[in-house]
Ligand binder design. Structure first.
Ligand SMILES: Nc1nc2c(ncn2[C@@H]2O[C@H](COP(=O)(O)OP(=O)(O)O)[C@@H](O)[C@H]2O)c(=O)[nH]1
Ligand SMILES: [Mg+2]
Length: 489
């Protein structure tokens, strides 16, 4: 679970050179600034990951867990309604980017993060950049906390702008129950026409501690969460790479600095109580009332706020099993929360593929600039280069996202083998991975599998509805491209 830096930047560097050449040939103005901004971001070896989802899904809590510090506001106030990117800095400051293009610097909250009040009304603010001296931040990711406002899925127009600007998305999913299916449908609708699909979206089933009746063991809760995640995964198919269940509150505590030796001591006193009240962890009030007298009520309340009943169950089991060290306990809590698995998934699916993901989102931003700019020779040249870039199989994410959506909606009917193949094509990077072969598979094997898949999809061309045919052709062409590439090596 190490967060290595973004190291591979082959595609990003080459695209950056194209942008710089174009910017140098353009007259000063908004278009040149926009192209130069794409180049500048390509020069920063970080991956921008947006965290999206509906109000109260647990996005900000999860962002704090990922950051290992409580920088994102998780209480209800106006600041949770603005997108915020968290960036390593040597000062505790917040850059307020206004809609009129100005940027104002304000002091961060004491200890770091978004202050309670901002010097501008929310409507005037485009987004925030939160600088903090953070031990985990100077690594590979910039996490962007987004506000879900009106939409059930949380991806309304405002949130979508920061999502579309990111290289990848962590979609924090609503708890199951009423509105679950509707919210998933809304997510699929909201990302129509974007590059978002299994190639750059990881789902998180959040607040898993709230599943069930409340008296289940942590293992039972996790098992139930896996079932719910599987169900959502079957529903979303190629629109998300995978869905990881996470108990965000426990994760935030496990990776943050709020749980101290004092809390550890209290836990040990609770564990040592003999007899332990049998109903101690059945309900919050039972815990508050029945914890041993040696643990003052305010500390009981803190423990409950930091861990919830789920976290308390995990923690007490750890202490019962002999854990006495705070760091060891927090490591166990992090593992039980699911956040370690999420970080592993992000490392494998995002960080390991940072080069194509960053290049892809840069191409999208360039395409947006090119779509509105007045004609200029330097821009035509850039546009031609962008079209060339987009023919590379690892950069066809927008087209593939459309295929994924068609498959998810049943417009493109696929059998299980083709579905699994499409998922891999979207969510993997190397030719072997995209074909479901072992890493380091010999070129002949890669070529043969790519050929087999190309033939399968060619055979489907006549069978699918007419409007889905272009999708089938695209996938077939991609397999042919993989075949040609591996046959050449
Ligand atoms: N029990 C529980 N509460 C959570 C969890 N994650 C967040 N919350 C609480 O839910 C509320 C909303 O969380 P927040 O992260 O601000 O949600 P957001 O609106 O999606 O950013 C806060 O009071 C959090 O403390 C969780 O995993 N378990
Ligand atoms: Mg929030």
């Amino acid at each position: 679970m190490t967060q290595t830096a973004v190291t591979r930047t082959v595609l990003a560097d080459a695209l950056r050179a194209d942008c710089e050449a174009c910017a140098a040939a353009l007259p000063p103005g908004a278009v040149r600034t926009a192209v130069a901004a794409v180049a500048e971001r390509l020069a920063e070896p970080v991956l921008r990951v947006a965290v999206g989802g509906r109000l109260n899904a647990g996005k900000s809590t999860l962002v704090n867990a990922l950051l290992g510090q409580r920088l994102a506001p998780t209480h209800r106030d106006e600041c949770t309604m603005v997108s915020a990117a968290f960036v390593f800095g040597y000062a505790n400051q917040v850059l307020v980017h206004l809609r009129d293009g100005r940027t104002q610097t304000v002091a961060g909250r004491p200890g770091g993060g978004v202050p309670d009040r901002l010097p501008h009304p929310r409507e005037d603010i485009d987004h925030l950049t939160v600088l903090a001296v953070n031990r985990r931040l100077d690594s590979a990711y910039v996490f962007v906390d987004t506000p879900g406002r009106d939409a059930l899925s949380g991806l309304d127009d405002y949130a979508m702008r920061s999502v579309a600007d990111a290289d990848a998305l962590i979609l924090v999913m609503p708890r199951p129950g009423e509105g679950e299916k509707q919210a998933l449908e809304e997510y699929v609708a909201a990302v129509a026409g974007t590059h978002l699909s299994a190639s750059n979206v990881i789902g998180v089933l959040s607040r898993i501690d709230e599943l069930g009746e409340g008296d289940e063991s942590p293992a039972q809760v996790r098992a139930q969460a896996v079932r719910v995640a599987d169900r959502a995964m079957r529903h979303l198919g190629p629109m998300v790479a995978e869905i990881v269940p996470v108990a965000g509150l426990v994760a935030q505590t496990a990776r943050g600095a709020d749980f101290t030796e004092r809390h550890m001591l209290a836990l040990r006193q609770i564990a040592a109580a003999d007899p332990r009240p049998p109903a101690l962890l059945y309900a919050p009030d039972f815990f508050l009332d029945q914890a041993p007298a040696s643990v003052p009520r305010p500390v009981r309340e803190e423990l409950l706020a930091l861990l919830g009943l789920f976290g308390l169950r995990v923690a007490l089991a750890e202490v019962d099993a002999g854990t006495t060290d705070t760091e060891a306990l927090l490591a166990a809590l992090a593992a039980a929360s699911g956040v370690d698995r999420l970080l592993d998934a992000a490392a494998a699916r995002f960080l390991a593929r940072a080069d194509p993901l960053r290049t892809n989102s840069a191409l999208s931003r360039l395409e947006a600039v090119l779509a509105t700019a007045a004609p200029a020779p330097a821009l035509s040249e850039l546009a031609a280069r962008v079209r060339e870039w987009r023919r590379r199989p690892e950069l066809r994410t927008a087209e593939l996202a459309a295929v994924a959506r068609a498959a998810q909606q049943g417009v493109l009917p696929l059998d299980d083998d083709a579905t699994a193949g499409l998922h891999l094509l979207l969510s993997a990077d190397s030719a072997a991975d995209r074909l479901g072969l072992a890493a380091g598979a010999p070129p002949q094997e890669v070529a043969a599998e790519a050929h087999r898949r190309a033939l399968l999809w060619r055979a489907m061309e006549g069978d699918v509805p007419r409007r889905s045919r272009p999708h089938v052709v695209l996938v077939r062409e991609m397999y042919e491209q993989l075949h040609r590439q591996s046959a050449q090596t």
